[in-house]
Design a protein around this ligand. Structure first.
Ligand code: AMP
Length: 195
C-alpha cells in the first residue's frame, strides 16, 4: 500500500535472502539453514544487500522491512544514509503480542505464482482453490513458519532486535502503533506518522 500510494520502494531483507536461496548462489546456500532454523544471518550479508539497493537508486525513498535487526545493522544503516545525505523519517514499531503473532504466522500462505498473501483465519484460500488475483492453484508456506523456528525467531527478536527500540527512542525517531488492528486501521496509523 505504501508503495502504491507514495511511490516508495520496499526493501525486505527477508525477501532478498529468500530470492538468493532459490537462485542457488553461494550466499543463498550459506544462509538457507540459518533461515530455516529461525536464526539471524550475519550483519555483513544483510548490510551488503541493503547497500547494493541504495546505491542502485540514489533518489529513491525506501521502506526498510525486516532491517535493521541488530544494533550493528542500525549503525551501518545510519552511516549509509549519511553518506547519501539522507535520513530516516520514522522508525515504526508495530506492537503485536506473541500469541497473536504466532497464530497469524502459522496460518499464513502465499500464491506460488503471484505472491498474493492468504491467511486461514482472516483471508482463506477460496473454496475453488484458485488465487483471487491470478487464478494460480499452487500455494506455499514459509519453511520457517513452524512452531520450532518461530520460538527461535522470537528469542532472536528479544535478544538482538528489541534493543533497537531504545536506540531509536533515544534518537527521537521511534513511533509505536497497534499492529493488532484491521489492515485499514494499521494503514491509517502509518499514514498519519508519515504525514
Ligand atoms: P523475514 O522475512 O523478515 O521474517 O526474515 C526471514 C529470515 O531471514 C530471518 O528469520 C533471518 O534468518 C533472515 N533475515 C531477514 N532479515 C534479516 C536481517 N536484517 N538480519 C539478519 N537476518 C535476517
Amino acid at each position: 500500500m505504501l508503495e502504491d500510494e507514495r511511490g516508495m520502494t520496499q526493501l525486505s531483507t527477508g525477501d532478498m535472502l529468500r530470492e538468493a536461496r532459490t537462485s542457488g548462489t553461494e550466499m543463498g546456500n550459506k544462509v538457507a539453514a540459518i533461515m530455516d532454523a529461525g536464526e539471524l544471518v550475519t550483519d555483513q550479508i544483510v548490510i551488503g544487500l541493503i547497500e547494493e539497493k541504495l546505491e542502485a537508486d540514489p533518489e529513491g525513498s525506501f521502506i526498510f522491512d525486516g532491517f535493521p535487526r541488530t544494533l550493528g545493522q542500525a549503525d551501518a544503516l545510519g552511516a549509509l544514509l549519511d553518506k547519501k545525505g539522507q535520513s530516516l523519517d520514522a522508525v515504526i514499531e508495530m506492537q503485536v503480542d506473541d500469541e497473536a503473532l504466532v497464530s497469524r504466522i502459522t496460518a499464513r500462505s502465499t500464491c506460488g505464482n503471484c505472491g498474493e498473501g492468504y491467511n486461514d483465519l482472516s483471508k482463506p484460500i477460496p473454496a475453488d482453490g484458485k488465487c483471487v488475483k491470478c487464478g494460480g492453484t499452487e500455494f506455499k508456506r514459509r519453511a520457517d513458519d513452524t512452531a520450532d523456528a518461530l520460538r527461535t525467531r522470537l528469542m532472536e527478536y528479544y535478544k538482538k532486535t528489541s534493543p533497537l527500540l531504545g536506540y531509536y527512542y533515544a534518537k527521537g525517531d521511534l513511533k509505536t502503533i497497534d499492529g493488532l488492528g484491521e489492515i485499514d486501521e494499521v494503514q491509517a496509523a502509518i499514514g498519519k506518522i508519515l504525514g
